[in-house]
Design a protein around this ligand. Structure first.
Ligand code: PLP
Length: 371
């Protein structure tokens, strides 16, 4: 080959390591010759979507020969009403991953810096590197974001700060006072993205209501998703709420039809189904208690989590325990790529799925059960 295409790529893309998604259940079952594999690896809802979302999706399927509504009018109207914001503050995305990237593409050049914390969600370094910008990774405190360290990372070149609240894979969250102090210390020309993918699960009374801060802090961008509590991860739909000008810019860089018609309909349906959302949150709460009580009983340390997953310290290489659990038909997530080599992240499943995981874990960690 005469042309080395790698050398033609932009600097950021040349050194980019792609996101490592978990394997689908079907593939693992085929590889291992197992059935009834339990997947607690990608923070998906164990309930899936509710009836309203399913029916809306099925109905939308009848019209897939048509392009979707490129403006996502119905979903935006529903979101605007539910959130109490103007539709001009909304940007819809093909998953919230998409809107996280839109924020970077709209504002960040290779001369800029992007701040995020150690152990933060993997998409922030990827989005930063894809535009050849410099990532400023600030040290974590007790596994969580340290807002003071993040403020210290600010320079003249900072253009975006990412805050995952709660964070994946640690489950940690930043309280109202600390977050507002951080936002106040940031100059107005720096975009503060607060990623609230797991906000529906959070019960802590001092968890910040960032959407209500948008009037006060025009540089704030709040992102949310239908992938977690609403159970629509496969359809890919999320959104950002921001200043109208910021929304205008993000909408300029998105693909004209970035959210498909089935996803638009299902998401709008899901928003009208509060009962299903409550059920999803309740199942998570009892499953989280089930997991953490078992970890306590087994003497395993875990990071208290506000999300629908928990990272547990298995006291040895997490990737080995991951492999051993896999052989027993349970998929969880090793997190060495997050600088957490002895932790495993496990998604809260249905009661019986959690039991399967806990039984397999006990066997794998017992002195004689290592294979
Ligand atoms: C899962 C997750 C998302 C959402 O991903 P989608 O693209 O909306 O499916 C965003 N941020 C964090 C921290 C997540 O864990």
């Amino acid at each position: 080959m005469s042309c080395d295409f790698i050398s033609l790529a932009t600097e950021g893309v040349r050194t980019l390591k792609p996101y490592q998604p978990g394997k689908p259940v079907e593939e693992i079952e085929r590889e291992l010759g197992l059935r009834d594999v339990v997947k607690l690896a990608s923070n998906e809802s164990p309930l899936g979507p509710g009836t309203a979302a399913r029916e809306a999706a099925a109905h939308a399927l009848e019209n897939v020969s048509r392009y979707p509504d490129g403006n996502g009018t119905v979903l935006k109207q529903t979101l605007a009403r539910k959130l109490g914001v103007g539709e001009d503050r909304l940007t819809l995305g093909n998953g919230s991953n998409d809107v996280l990237e839109l924020a970077v593409r709209a504002f960040v050049t290779p001369e800029h810096e992007v701040i995020f914390s150690e152990h933060a969600f993997a998409v922030y370094p990827l989005a930063t590197q894809a535009v050849s910008a410099r990532a400023v990774v600030t040290p974590a405190k007790d596994w969580g974001h340290d807002p003071e360290a993040m403020a210290k990372g600010l320079t003249d070149r900072t253009r975006v700060i990412f805050i995952a609240n709660p964070n994946n894979p640690t489950g940690t969250w930043v309280d109202t006072n600390s977050l507002e102090r951080l936002i106040r210390s940031v100059p107005e020309h720096v975009i503060v993205v607060v990623d609230e993918a797991y906000c529906d699960y959070v019960e802590a009374p001092d968890y910040p209501d960032c959407v209500s801060w948008l009037e006060r802090y025009p540089n704030l961008v709040v992102t949310r998703t239908f992938s977690k509590a609403y159970g629509l991860a496969g359809l890919r739909v999320g959104y950002a709420v921001s200043h109208p000008q910021v929304a205008d810019l993000m909408n300029r860089v998105r693909q004209p039809f970035n959210v498909n018609s089935v996803a638009l309909a299902a998401a709008a349906g899901a928003l009208e189904d509060d009962e299903h959302l409550s059920r999803s949150v309740a199942v998570n709460k009892s499953g989280m208690a089930q997991l953490t009580e078992a970890f306590d009983a087994m003497g395993l340390d875990y990071i208290p989590s506000a999300g629908n997953f928990v990272s547990v310290n298995v006291g040895r290489r997490g990737s080995q325990v991951f492999e051993a659990l896999l052989k027993r038909g349970v998929i969880v997530r090793p997190v060495d790529n997050y600088g957490m080599p002895e932790h495993l992240r496990v998604t809260v499943g249905l009661e019986q799925e959690n039991v399967r995981f806990l039984e397999a874990l006990a066997k794998v960690l017992s002195p004689r059960g290592r294979s």
